[in-house]
Design a protein around this ligand. Structure first.
Ligand SMILES: Nc1nc2c(ncn2[C@@H]2O[C@H](COP(=O)(O)OP(=O)(O)OP(=O)(O)O)[C@@H](O)[C@H]2O)c(=O)[nH]1
Ligand SMILES: [Ca+2]
Length: 873
């Protein structure tokens, strides 16, 4: 008998109550017990998962003007992500854009979206102003509401705030479980708000432009079910780093009802994006962390699962199919699995060490008969009776996974229920599970299973991302393509080859245009020379004479007309509108032009034409073949083409390292891959980085930033948008500073590219032409070496190019140190040489590994440091 407490004491009379121990006679009845509250079992709504991309919590506007009509504020469609990050910048002090701002005024920004597409729809800029935006924050914190103009209903009430209150009460997704209080609350995904919003938005209309009917095809957000038409979807969903989600929903878990849609591309995606982009979106959707089933959403025998437990459950030989968040019970002896409060639903792999201890009331049975400690349901009792198990006296059974059963406290096996043929028929009739395959893995086998599953999972998680960035012309595209050639068994699938073909064909017209411009210049020069009067070059007389006097650079009227048209097209920036579509039509003219002696004469003097890239000759010399419709680019053509095909400025390639495919072995060999580390090289162009690189945060899980700078940039200039002439190296420095600040904690590898081209020009163009390098003072070398590249690390007898490399490296190292206080790693590369690219990427992977080893040492050290008492005992 437990000790009883008595309250009737003298102390009570003094105005306070103090219980004393009861020492009277034993009582004949039960004392009512006050159950202590178990704090862990108080249901709580799930916390929103952390997400860097979610804006600050919405502010409550103190006095919303009632009856404000729903309106869709506008912002530049080019600032989807940017606005999402910097909400305050995009919105006025009231939290909204100035309603007087016309869509046309702001929809014309100069930044760039990742995905190209028709973005004529009216754009919303942030969670606060997308009408349907389900505020996860507001849903999870009662009384905290996100007010958007469109969320005011006719009566001036804040519909979303009301919704938030409803949702903050907490819901369990599994039906009928809310009243069942055995388990702690399971975090659930936010419920869709689409029904309420549909009453405000015309039925079936797009949630952004509010236009269209329900018959028009729409793309739906996986988190909030908001629907967007094809004009708005890219604005609303941005670059889709986690798949099809509104920008404001990035980082939020998906609706469970949408799980079956994960990774399945849609008609609209295929229409708006290139196949590579669709592939990326689909992959992101399937793999991104936020879209995975979260272990804490699965509760087994009253205990939320850990990550390892969930992985084990999902990867066991016989897992529960289509696992959803919810409360479950699991009898690990028999393998029975069911929803809390319900009969068994499945027989899964037994002996899995997951969840808590099976409770007697797990399935809410009331028969008095126990199987493995669980009181069975009526229907199970019925089954036992039908197969002839004696249930008199409410016995307690032990049921093993192989179907053998015995009574508690006895040693004799009474029978084998799964062995009875009638069971196979009975179970389906009673809606009870029957084992697919009677299995009983030993403890050791289960341990193996755990090890394998967890290591596979961790392997998936430890995909090491390398971010490759640099200014235009820094050689990032070439390095990226080399990586594909080096590490992929099929580097460029057919569709990418076709896209590259079109890219090359367009660039050919660009090169021809540059030649034609040069031809005009040379023609004028030679006319002026003949006249013996420099002034004539610019006079009206010269123009007249030009038609009559034929020079080495003159072309016939037919080609002249073509030339004028092409140059006009280039000047208007419309070349890409016409080519490569018109390739078939103009191929014969290109052939004629190329064979013309005036063009050949101009081509000979191409070095005098500043903007023509050195690689242009490679293509120009085969211009006739290339401009034909049947042209198929070779691997070399793909590598030499300027840039990569990606309309959103983002491309990635997954590979295993460090092994290169050697004779007789494919790098994609499955067994081999398992033992290798996984890497992903992501290349983003400046457009993709956005204005002032504000999208960089999307890459915060990268393990290393590989920053590319072309060593040839020091004496090259370009005109910026305002017509200001900028030195390219200074521009590299500027971008480097921005990116180093944005990734302060991440390792950096600087690749100084185009080393071979530097060697060619350093003697004629001194490094001091760039003002940042004005104190470069190379030591003259009397022993120029042939194979200088392999000795770039030494400096005793290094060549001028090597010294320049060292000098530039130190300049960037100092700059990096001053920004981050850390060490910058530097190497060089020649993009056209696969070995040098391989060495550079290998270097990057080694930096990542060193870093991992260091952090491991650090954590072990800190364990020793923080637990002195443990070791002092
Ligand atoms: N000789 C030489 N040529 C290179 C090197 N890297 C790239 N190229 C070539 O230079 C041409 C122009 O490329 P760039 O525009 O400078 O660089 P990219 O590879 O297109 O990379 P991004 O412009 O940074 O995207 C391409 O056709 C490449 O084949 C290099 O290291 N050495
Ligand atoms: Ca380029």
């Amino acid at each position: 008998m437990g000790r009883l407490l008595e309250a009737d004491t003298p102390a009570e009379a003094d105005g306070y109550s103090f219980a004393t121990e009861y020492d009277g006679p034993p009582l004949a009845y039960d004392i009512p017990r006050a159950c202590p509250i178990d704090v862990d079992r108080i249901p709580l709504a799930a916390l929103a998962p952390p997400s860097a991309s979610r804006p600050d919590p919405p502010l409550v506007l103190p006095f919303p003007s009632p009856k404000r009509p729903p309106q869709v504020p506008v912002a530049s469609p080019t600032s989807v992500i940017g606005n999402h990050v910097d909400v305050s910048g995009a919105l006025g002090s009231s939290g909204f854009l100035d309603p007087s701002t016309e869509a046309s005024e702001v929809a014309d920004g100069s930044g760039a979206l990742w995905f190209s597409g028709d973005l004529k729809g009216v754009a919303a800029s942030s969670s606060e102003i997308i009408p349907n935006r389900p505020s996860l924050e507001s849903a999870l914190s009662s009384g905290f509401s996100c007010r958007s103009p469109a969320s005011w209903n006719e009566d001036g009430e804040d519909a979303i705030a009301m919704q938030a209150e409803e949702e903050s009460l907490g819901t369990f997704q599994e039906s009928g479980l809310s009243s069942y209080s055995m388990s702690p609350a399971i975090g659930v995904t936010p419920r869709t708000r689409s029904e309420e919003l549909e009453t405000k938005i015309k039925k079936g209309a797009c949630y952004m432009c509010l236009k269209g009917s329900r018959f028009a095809v729409k793309e739906t957000c996986l988190v909030c079910d908001a629907r967007y038409c094809s004009s708005c979807v890219l604005t609303a969903m941005g670059s889709m780093p986690e798949g099809r989600k509104c920008v404001s929903c990035i980082g939020s878990p998906i609706l469970e009802s949408n799980r079956k849609r994960l990774g399945k591309s849609s008609w609209m995606l295929k229409r708006l994006l290139s196949s590579l982009e669709v592939e990326q979106v689909v992959k992101a959707e399937k793999n991104s962390e936020a879209n995975q089933l979260r272990p804490e959403h699965i509760c087994v025998n009253g205990k939320k699962l850990s990550l390892e437990e969930m992985v084990l459950l999902q990867s066991c030989p016989c897992p529960p199919p289509a696992l959803k968040p919810g409360l479950y019970w699991y009898d690990k002896v028999s393998g029975y699995w069911g929803k809390e409060g319900h009969r068994p639903d499945r027989i899964i792999t037994p002996n899995l060490n997951i969840g808590g201890t099976l409770m007697q009331n797990a399935s809410n049975g009331n028969t008095g008969i126990l199987i493995n400690g669980r009181e069975i349901t009526k229907v199970e009792l019925q089954m036992l009776k039908w197969v002839g198990v004696n249930c008199a006296g409410n016995p307690h059974f032990w049921l093993n996974a192989d179907g053998t059963y015995l009574e508690e406290g006895q040693k004799n096996i009474k029978g084998k229920i799964w062995g009875k043929p009638i069971m196979k028929l009975l179970c389906p009739v009673l809606s009870l599970p029957f084992p697919d395959k009677v299995a009983n893995p030993s403890g050791e086998e289960v341990n193996d299973l755990v090890r394998r599953a967890v290591s596979e999972y961790l392997d998936k998680k430890t995909l090491r991302k390398l971010l490759l960035v640099g200014n235009h012309g820094s050689g990032t595209s070439t390095i990226f393509k080399q990586a594909k050639f080096l590490y992929r068994s099929v580097p460029f699938p057919e569709d990418e080859r076709q896209d590259t073909k079109l890219m090359i064909q367009t660039s050919i017209y660009n090169y021809i245009g540059i030649l034609l411009e040069g031809r005009e210049l040379f023609e004028e020069e030679s006319l002026a020379e003949r006249k013996g009067n420099q002034q004539l070059r610019f006079s009206g007389d010269a123009e007249l004479d030009k038609g009559k006097i034929v020079t080495e650079y003159s072309i016939g009227p037919r080609l002249k007309a073509f030339s004028d048209w092409l140059l006009k097209l280039m000047a208007s920036g419309k070349l890409e509108d016409i080519f490569p579509a018109a390739t078939r039509e103009y191929a014969p003219l290109v052939e004629e032009l190329w064979n013309d002696s005036a063009i050949q004469a101009t081509y000979k003097r191409r070095s005098e034409l500043q903007p023509i890239p050195s690689i242009a000759s490679y293509f120009l010399e085969r211009v006739v073949d290339i401009s034909r419709v049947e042209y198929e680019p070779s691997d070399m053509d793909i590598l030499y083409a300027d840039g990569i095909t990606s309309s959103n400025g983002l491309a990635c390639v997954d590979f295993h390292f460090p092994e290169l495919p050697c004779a007789g072995m494919s790098i994609n060999d499955h067994d081999h891959q398992e033992t290798l580390s996984r890497y992903q090289l992501i290349r983003v162009d400046n457009k993709g980085l956005g204005e002032n690189c504000k999208w960089l945060h999307l890459f915060e899980d990268v393990r290393i930033v590989i920053f590319c700078v072309s060593l040839t940039d020091y004496d090259e200039c370009y005109e910026d948008l305002n017509g200001v002439v900028m030195n390219k190296m200074m521009e590299n420095k500027r971008l480097f500073e921005i990116i180093a600040r944005a990734f302060e904690q991440i390792n950096f590898l600087l690749i100084l590219s185009k080393f071979d081209l530097l060697e060619q020009k350093i003697d004629t163009a001194p490094l001091t032409l760039c003002k940042w390098f004005d104190d470069f003072d190379p030591v003259a070398s009397h022993h120029p070496r042939n194979n200088s590249r392999n000795n770039r690390g030494t400096n005793i007898e290094s060549t001028k190019a090597e010294q320049a490399f060292q000098y530039v490296a130190v300049k960037f190292k100092r700059l990096f140190l001053s920004i981050t206080g850390r060490k910058l790693f530097v190497t060089w590369a020649n993009g056209l040489d696969s070995d040098s690219v391989h060495t550079a990427i290998l270097y990057a992977s080694e930096i990542i590994k060193w870093d991992e080893e260091w952090s491991m040492c650090d954590s072990i050290e800190s364990m020793y440091n923080t637990e002195p008492s443990f070791f002092s005992h």
